[in-house]
Design a binder for this molecule. Structure first.
Ligand code: UDP
Length: 248
C-alpha cells in the first residue's frame, strides 16, 4: 500500500529515500512499465493550471518530492511528508545499486552529444552501470517510432527521460505502453547536463539548506518568471489550509 500525502489534489508518495529505493527494486522485479516522477513546486503549480499534467502525475507509480517547496507545502497543509527525495540523488542511488540488481539504462534527452558524454562520465564513476543506449531530446513526433524501437531493441530496463518538465512527464505518460522490456521510466529534468559536466549542481551550502532554487536563479536569471510559481504554490497551499478549500 502506498503512503501518500494529498498536496492540492496531487498524491505525493510519503517516502524516505530508502523507501523510494525499495520501490525501485520492487518495480524492477515486476513485469510492467512504471513511471516515476519527481515533482518540484514549479511542476506542482503547473499541474494546478494544466489538467492533463495533473492526470499524468496522478497516474504515476511513484511521485517523490524533489523540491523543499513540496515538503513545505505538505507541512502547511498538515499532511507532512517525511523528507525530500531529490530526483538527481535518486538516480545516483540507482546507479550505486547496479552491482546488486544489474539494470541497464537508456538515456533520452538533452542536446545532441550530451547524452553520450553523460554516459561516459556515468560509467567512469559507476563502472558496474550498463548503458544500453542513448538519444538526444530534440526530435519531432515523426521520429518517435524510431526512438521507441531503439529503446526496445536496446533491452534497457530503466529509461531516464531528460526532456525538461512537463514535457518529459507527458512523453512518458503517452508512450509508456509501447515499451517491451523497460520496467521503469523516470523524468530527470536537466540531470544529463549535470552528468555530462555541462551544468553544475548547486554548491553544498545551497543543497544542505534546500536553496538550490536560489542558486539556479543566480545562474539562470531568465528563470525568474517561472520561479514565481514557487511562492504562488505555497500561497495556494496556505489558502487551502486556512479556508478549508479542497483541490482534487
Ligand atoms: N530538453 C530536451 N528536449 C526539449 C527541451 C529540453 O532534451 O525539447 C532538455 C534540455 O536540453 C535540458 C533538459 O531537457 O537538458 C531540461 O533541463 P531543465 O533544467 O530546464 O529542466 P527542469 O529541471 O526545469 O525540468
Amino acid at each position: 500500500m502506498r503512503k501518500k500525502a494529498d498536496i492540492l489534489g496531487i498524491p505525493i508518495d510519503n517516502v524516505t529515500m530508502e523507501e523510494a529505493m525499495a520501490a525501485v527494486k520492487k518495480f524492477l522485479n515486476e513485469d510492467k512499465v512504471h513511471a516515476i516522477y519527481t515533482p518540484n513546486s514549479e511542476i506542482m503549480m503547473a499541474a494546478l493550471q494544466d489538467n492533463s499534467l495533473k492526470e499524468t502525475l496522478k497516474a504515476g507509480d511513484l511521485l517523490v518530492p524533489d523540491g523543499a517547496g513540496v515538503v513545505l507545502a505538505s507541512k502547511i497543509l498538515g499532511n507532512e511528508l517525511s523528507e525530500r527525495v531529490p530526483g538527481f540523488d535518486l538516480v545516483n542511488n540507482i546507479f550505486k545499486m547496479s552491482p546488486e540488481m544489474k539494470p541497464s539504462f537508456f538515456l533520452l534527452g538533452a542536446k545532441p552529444g550530451v547524452a553520450e558524454e553523460a554516459a561516459v562520465n556515468i560509467i567512469n564513476r559507476f563502472p558496474d552501470v550498463k548503458i544500453a543506449g542513448w538519444h538526444h531530446g530534440y526530435f519531432s513526433e515523426n521520429e518517435e517510432n524510431e526512438i521507441i524501437e531503439k529503446i526496445n531493441s536496446s533491452g534497457a530496463d530503466i529509461l531516464l527521460v531528460a526532456l525538461g518538465a512537463p514535457k518529459q512527464e507527458k512523453w512518458i505518460h503517452k508512450n509508456k505502453g509501447r515499451f517491451h522490456k523497460v520496467k521503469i521510466c523516470i523524468g530527470i529534468g536537466g540531470s544529463l547536463d549535470v552528468f555530462a559536466g555541462k551544468a553544475n549542481l548547486a554548491p553544498p551550502f545551497f543543497r544542505e539548506h534546500s536553496l538550490e532554487w536560489l542558486y539556479r536563479l543566480y545562474k539562470e536569471p531568465r528563470r525568474f518568471r517561472r520561479m514565481l510559481k514557487i511562492p504562488r504554490f505555497l500561497l495556494i497551499a496556505l489558502y487551502s489550509r486556512l479556508s478549508g478549500k479542497k483541490y482534487n
